[in-house]
Design a protein around this ligand. Structure first.
Ligand SMILES: [Zn+2]
Length: 467
């Protein structure tokens, strides 16, 4: 997210460079220095091949940083607000207007900063293990999610013949040696269509593997339409109605251009790790992912359910998608309700808790009770064609074991009944409630009752009378 903030002027004029730019510059400086060290003198003549053997790294940093920085900025998707304000800033005619625009930019940055701190607080609450579960979910870019991965490139295996092996990460905050852990859900040749039902099914799978059922579930994702559709809400509404221990589900979708988070950090580590490897099979690919310290598990076989049959029963709200926070909960009569907030700021959270604009999620709760989601059977016809093409072009490179690994993977899928999966969730124990009552005695009161002088008890405020 830090990268997505607007920057003022070229880096040479700013006090600090951001981390990715710094790293880019450092890599280039090191490479140039190594190059100079290894090619210092010309063995034939007496003159140096590359001129000076020492370079002024400061000058190199200054000249390179701006170029690297600009390239990074231009290739990133920017948020509409940031782009609009930046355009206004460039065209601002007088200093008063410029000041006004800069104030708006600060305000916007503050809103985005608050969202990040809200996520930080939620992550910490999740680590306290008291019933709050925070999940980040997103798909890795297709940069490293293809098979084969080749450190050397035979001419016969063209890029178009490589098959996709996409990965969706489900990440949670943890207390261990890594601050987050990521479960990888692999999808060979996109045999499962990605969309709301797919993402919902991955979260179900993740929940089934937990020891206890969370009380409050927070899902952080980007602002793509499958992350806030009626189909997705139908899934989480169903879950709330069927699992008594789960009390609320909050979907927090980041603003485009500000969605970079800890899960993208994992994808970066993953791309780096795979970039030097040669991989010809799904098994070898999975094994490489398992070597990454913050990998929780790698899943190939999991249930995917189709929730689309329930979406027509969701009360469709116009403009709901323009909000970035959707909150589902049960009211006093156990009716699933929905409410919204613009961004995930602390203010918005307070408003969500006391929101009077609550609307029932479902048109008819009875339909929900009777609903059974069908199991999705992966699509194989196109996939088999792609595989045949790949094995032919990579003849000799793909060993029998590689081919077998991929074919086995393709035909293997889970088909557990929807009711059974939901029952497993319903049977999970809840987290013990942390009970606080205002009437209970404080430690100070307890000590005073036993005749000790303890910390001063808070006394009512009294205005001092003027003498
Ligand atoms: Zn922005």
């Amino acid at each position: 997210m830090a990268n997505s903030q607007p920057e003022d002027g070229p880096p040479s004029k700013r006090k600090r460079l951001n981390m990715p730019t710094k790293r880019g510059v450092a890599n280039i400086v090191t490479s140039v220095q190594n190059l100079l060290r290894n090619s210092q003198s010309n063995p034939i003549g007496g003159r140096d091949l590359f001129g000076p053997t020492k370079i002024d790294t400061k000058i190199l940093e200054q000249t390179m940083a701006e170029k690297i920085h600009r390239t990074k900025i231009l290739t990133m998707n920017k948020c509409q607000n940031c782009s609009g304000l930046e355009d206004m800033r460039m065209n601002a005619a007088d200093p008063a207007k410029l000041k006004e625009i800069n104030e708006q930019k600060l305000k916007h940055s503050e809103e985005m900063r608050q969202t990040r701190s809200v996520f930080g607080i939620l992550d910490d609450r999740c680590r306290e293990n008291n019933g709050i579960l925070v999940i980040r979910i997103d798909g890795a870019s297709n940069k490293a999610t293809k098979i084969p991965i080749l450190a050397y490139k035979p001419k016969s295996i063209v890029d178009a013949n490589r098959i996709s092996y996409t990965m969706t990460g489900v990440q949670v905050p943890t207390n261990g040696s890594t601050k987050f852990q990521t479960s990888c859900y692999m999808n060979l040749c996109d045999r499962y269509k990605k969309g709301s039902s797919y993402y919902f099914s991955l979260v179900l799978d993740f929940l089934v593997k937990l020891d206890k059922m969370p009380t409050k579930l927070f899902i952080i994702a980007d602002n793509a339409s499958p992350n806030k559709s009626d189909e997705l809400l139908a899934g989480y509404g169903y879950l709330l109605q069927s699992v008594p221990n789960l009390k609320s589900v909050t979907l927090v979708n980041n603003l485009v251009g500000h969605s970079h988070n800890e899960l993208d950090g994992y994808f970066g580590v993953m791309n780096q790790h795979l970039s030097t490897k040669t991989i010809f099979s799904t098994t070898d690919y999975d094994n490489e992912l398992k070597k990454i310290k913050s990998t929780r598990e790698v899943n190939n076989v999991y249930n995917v359910y189709d929730m689309s049959g329930l979406k027509s029963n969701v009360v469709h709200i116009l403009n709901r998608g323009t909000h970035h926070q959707l909150h589902l909960f049960k009211d006093d009569k156990n009716v699933i309700m929905q409410c919204v907030a613009e961004y995930a700021t602390t203010e918005a959270f307070e408003k969500l808790c006391n929101n009077s604009d609550q609307i029932p999620l479902f048109k008819d709760q009875n339909i929900v009770t009777q609903f059974v989601a069908p199991i999705v059977i992966p699509e194989l016809v196109e996939t088999e064609k792609s595989l045949r093409r790949l094995f032919k072009s990579g003849q000799g490179f793909f060993k029998h074991s590689h081919q077998q690994s991929i074919l086995n993977h393709l035909k293997n899928y889970k088909s557990e009944d929807f009711e059974d999966t939901i029952k497993q969730l319903r049977d999970k124990p809840a987290y013990p409630l942390f009970v606080t009552t205002t009437t209970s005695e404080t430690v100070t009161q307890y000590l005073e009752r036993h005749g000790y002088i303890a910390t001063n008890l808070p006394k009512p405020l009294v205005v001092q009378k003027s003498k």
